[in-house]
Write a protein of this length. Structure first.
Lengths: 379, 320, 251
């Protein structure tokens, strides 16, 4: 039957993440957002307490935590700063293709180092001309003897320029469309690979996002995940799972929007009483709460399905679309609760809206999520 | 028989000792009250102005006071006096010794009480719990005796009732009672009004930014008000102020008429040491600081500016 | 060397305490390991990290929900734990008599426990435990050093600080300033799952029903005015003084 209780160690993980975020993330979030600087000390500290790269399997020295554990951690980090969480989340995103398709030797080679220091992975799928149409990749992969040569440009790649490696999706035969694709692990120090940090993002500005240029970058064929032709499939199966932490981060933002708004509603007075006594404000808070409870449950449900090897693509798409849309709405309503003060960056709510807007876009736009859901409905 | 126990730092009876007399008389309801004074004979003579039977414990092994030695001495005097109720002030020493005495006498322990009534074997007391947020009523339901520690500065000091007699007691202290060796001791820096007895207290926290800024603002204000100076744990840990000023869960508990909190954020551990003050004023630059939830009057501002302005205004009002 | 750290689980300091029908209502309250006890666990771990051969046993007496706090101690670094599980609310003196039996049976060299419990606001457990065991104790300890068969400590007194040297075994009560507790790292949280958590029943110890009983609890309500005074420093100061003189009448 259904149980909704977290286990003892899940409660401890939650407490650890919550305290960690309170002490290490929340105090520095606004400054990294303002300056677009990379929070290296936070990433190091996260590594030291074991919150970084938690999905690395036990067999290669990691914790092998479940999707539900990741969702619990993700909500806590999302509460503190969605931008900083994306750094951790994007690293897990880079790890997932290896969990799905790497050989034991590849897992040892690429994943073991990720738990030895504050090191990151990245997932390089999007291109300047190619986002949602993941089958239409323009980055070329040429098989040359025992090497693969990669040419092309990727963009919007979180962690791209600071990760030890990126999982790059390329096409070796455009005529075969998505069956002509391949997933290849490319280490950052390969000659021919250059990265440019992108500036000017609306939000999640602590998360370093890159354009990555591959100029005849050669990697050994042993860096390929799965077989030739598996690339698209690996990408899709990865995103089916990793949209769950995106949802979890959005749930964290939702909770933050609600907490900040309800605190303000108890303190700010108008017409002789706290504004929380007016229905206009109460309804906003109630709507945030409705969304928070339901988004979290759907996220945990999707995580449970994934952890129990049940079909989870639809549930994960529902969680991601619903949580990010609701979180964005909650964040912009939070600004309304704060009124003029909500519009100022000295108050924390405008950042919530700027940050969580991206949750509606990356890892499969919410439009694509709806395509996925409709497909399941109509089949 | 009710026996109160006190030390006598500097050879004088502390204010807490005379508060204990009030409690003892209340509980005795006319019956016999005795006192044990650990310190010089002169202090025992002072106690004889309040209590009919005084036991003087001036043995060298009791100075400085060590928990096991004092415990053994108290047990002996209690036996000699036939006491089934033992009172001590709930200061550091009292809180260290009373539980040990309770175990020895197979007694029930009522800790840090603000009210107490009843008779031996059936006492009822009121005390605080949950970091001073809850008031609880506790009853003794067992034990051969009762040990009660009394919260300082709650009960009034007793009026003298001269004519008591002093008996010297030489405690039998074996090797166990004296096995703890005392090394270096550091005492409080004196001068100012004693914190626990001050009617007005000015407290400072980390909001000042430095020890100098703290002193420059807090001390003149305390002078102008003839107030005691309090510090948060953070400030004492940072080495800005002496331990004797610390107020909070792990420091002193104060309840003055007026507590002015400067640059104090209001962590619940500090609040538990001062939230019973009659009037609380706070100045802090963070409008969200938790301290503002428990103030009567608050000012959001820089303590280094509002503080001196307040001191000037106080001086002007007092005509000094 | 065997170290026993005694711990409790108490409401989170930020939790809103409510009262209902004469007692404190802990429904929905978040519980944490008592911060004071954490310093004891941390100190035990530091003694191990300093190269001493130590076994650290976490010991708790309380209801089932204490398990979370015990698991935290295991995640911090205790080797195993003993939980004397009971819903009975025992006073500190009676608890000391129960815990002393476990300590004695374990043959421990040192017991570490928080200086003051954040729910009872009691400082009695440590000294009472020491007395039942027949051991010396140091309360409000801010520094601890092993010195052969002795332990040298610095602790707070009514006036300031004092250094003490006492023979082991001893009871040390702990507080802020002794050390800086670490986070339980995620790997340690996972390892803690496999550590032994032995359950005992209170009946095994002949505790009786206690020496004191709480008969009523009320939230201390103190209505505060919550008046915020506005204006530049000079204006605010003048208004504040006026209020304190004329309204509050404390100046």
């Amino acid at each position: 039957m259904i149980g909704f209780e977290l286990s003892d160690d899940q409660k401890q993980i939650q407490a650890l993440a919550r305290n960690f975020v309170k002490d290490n993330v929340t105090p520095v979030a606004a400054q990294h957002d303002r300056d677009e600087t990379y929070p290296a000390t936070v990433v190091e500290a996260a590594h030291e307490v074991g919150l970084l790269n938690v999905s690395v399997p036990e067999a290669v020295g990691g914790l092998g935590l479940s999707m539900l554990d990741e969702a619990i951690i993700g909500e806590e980090f999302g509460y503190g700063c969605m931008g900083i969480y994306t750094i951790l989340m994007a690293s897990e995103l880079g790890i997932m293709p290896l969990l799905l398709a790497a050989t034991p030797e590849q897992q040892q080679r690429f994943l073991a180092p990720l738990v030895e220091g504050p090191r990151l992975a990245a997932f390089a799928l999007s291109e300047p001309n190619n986002g949602s149409d993941a089958g239409g990749l323009r980055t070329r992969a040429v098989f040359d003897g025992d090497e693969i040569v990669i040419t092309g440009t990727k963009t919007w790649i979180s962690n791209g320029g600071v990760a030890d490696f990126s999982v790059v999706f390329a096409s070796f035969d455009p005529a075969l469309k998505h069956k002509g694709t391949v997933a290849v692990v490319v280490e950052l120090d390969r000659p021919g690979l250059s990265t440019n940090k992108l500036h000017g993002k609306l939000g999640q500005r602590a998360s370093p996002t890159y354009e990555m240029v591959f100029d005849d970058v050669r990697v050994p064929i042993s860096n390929m995940l799965g077989q030739q032709g598996d690339g698209f499939k690996i990408a899709m199966r990865t995103l089916d799972k990793t949209r769950i932490p995106v949802a979890a981060g959005a749930v964290g933002v939702l909770r933050r929007a609600l907490d900040e708004s309800s605190k303000y509603a108890n303190e700010r007075e108008a017409f002789g009483r706290p504004i929380g006594q007016f229905q206009a404000i109460q309804f906003k808070l109630a709507n945030m709460k409705i969304a928070l409870e339901t988004a979290r449950l759907q996220t945990w449900y999707a995580a449970w399905l994934a952890d129990n090897d049940k079909p989870h693509a639809e549930a994960a798409a529902i969680a991601k679309a619903y949580a990010s849309d609701s979180a964005f709405d909650a964040a912009q309503e939070a600004i309304n609760v704060f009124g003029g003060y909500g519009y100022m960056n000295e108050y924390p709510v405008e950042k919530l809206m700027r940050d969580v807007k991206l949750n509606q876009i990356y890892e499969g736009t919410n439009e694509i999520q709806r395509v996925v859901i409709a497909r399941h409905v109509l089949q | 028989m009710i026996l109160l126990v006190t030390t006598a730092p500097g050879g004088n009876l502390p204010k807490s000792a005379r508060e204990l007399v009030t409690v003892a008389r209340q509980l005795a309801g006319g019956g016999p009250v005795a006192a044990a004074v650990i310190g010089p004979e002169s202090a025992a003579s002072q106690m004889a102005e309040y209590v009919p039977q005084v036991y003087s414990l001036s043995a060298a092994e009791l100075e400085p006071a060590r928990a096991e030695a004092v415990t053994a001495a108290v047990q002996q005097v209690a036996a000699q006096a036939g006491a089934t109720t033992v009172l001590m002030a709930a200061n550091r020493l009292g809180q260290s010794v009373a539980p040990r005495v309770a175990v020895r006498l197979n007694a029930a322990l009522l800790e840090d009480v603000i009210k107490v009534s009843g008779t031996a074997g059936a006492y009822e007391a009121v005390r605080y719990s949950y970091l001073s947020r809850v008031t609880e009523t506790v009853r003794t339901v067992g034990g051969d005796a009762t040990v009660i520690t009394v919260k300082p500065n709650v009960f009034p000091v007793a009026d003298a009732q001269p004519g008591g007699s002093v008996t010297s007691v030489a405690p039998q202290l074996d090797a166990t009672a004296t096995r703890v060796q005392v090394g270096q001791r550091s005492a409080a820096t004196g001068g100012r009004v004693k914190l626990e007895e001050a009617g007005v207290v000015v407290g400072g926290g980390r909001g000042f930014g430095s020890a100098e800024a703290f002193a420059q603002v807090v001390e003149p204000m305390a002078d102008a008000l003839n107030a005691g100076v309090a510090s948060t744990r953070a400030v004492v840990d940072a080495g800005w102020r002496p331990y004797a000023e610390q107020v909070g869960q792990t420091g002193k508990s104060v309840a003055p008429e007026l507590y002015i909190a400067l640059g104090i954020s209001g962590a619940v551990q500090h609040l538990s040491g001062m939230n019973r003050s009659k009037v609380i004023v706070a100045i802090n630059k963070d409008a969200d600081a938790p301290i503002f939830r428990i103030v009567d009057y608050g000012v959001v501002g820089d303590v280094n500016q509002v503080g001196p302005a307040l001191t000037e205004a106080i001086k002007a009002a007092k005509g000094s | 060397m065997k170290l026993i750290t005694v711990l409790k689980q108490v409401p989170d300091a930020e939790a809103r305490i409510r009262a209902g029908s004469g007692g404190v209502d802990l429904d929905g309250v978040t519980f944490v390991i008592d911060g004071m006890d954490e310093y004891g666990v941390e100190e035990a771990i530091r003694l191990r990290e300093a190269g001493n051969d130590v076994e650290i046993v976490a010991l708790a007496l309380g209801p089932a929900r204490y398990e979370e706090a015990i698991r935290t101690a295991l995640a911090l670094g205790a080797d195993r734990a003993i939980h004397v599980e009971t819903d009975t609310d025992l006073d500190p003196i009676s608890q000391a008599r129960v815990l002393a039996q476990v300590v004695h049976h374990e043959g421990a060299d040192m017991v570490l426990v928080g200086g003051k419990q954040a729910d009872w606001d009691s400082a009695a457990l440590g000294p009472a435990l020491a007395e039942v065991l027949g051991w010396p104790h140091s309360d409000w300890t801010t520094k601890l050093e092993l010195a052969g068969a002795n332990v040298t400590v610095e602790h707070d007194t009514d006036d300031g600080h004092e250094s003490l040297t006492m023979p082991l075994p001893a009871v040390i009560t702990t507080q802020q300033g002794l050390n800086e507790p670490r986070y339980p790292t995620l790997p340690n949280i996972m390892k803690a799952k496999r550590k032994e958590l032995a359950k005992r029943s209170l009946d095994e110890f002949g505790a009786g029903s206690g020496l004191t009983q709480i008969v009523d609890q009320q939230i201390q309500t103190r209505e505060r005015l919550g008046k915020m005074v506005e204006g530049d420093p000079a204006t605010a100061a003048a208004e504040l003084v006026r209020l304190l003189q004329n309204e509050a009448k404390v100046l």
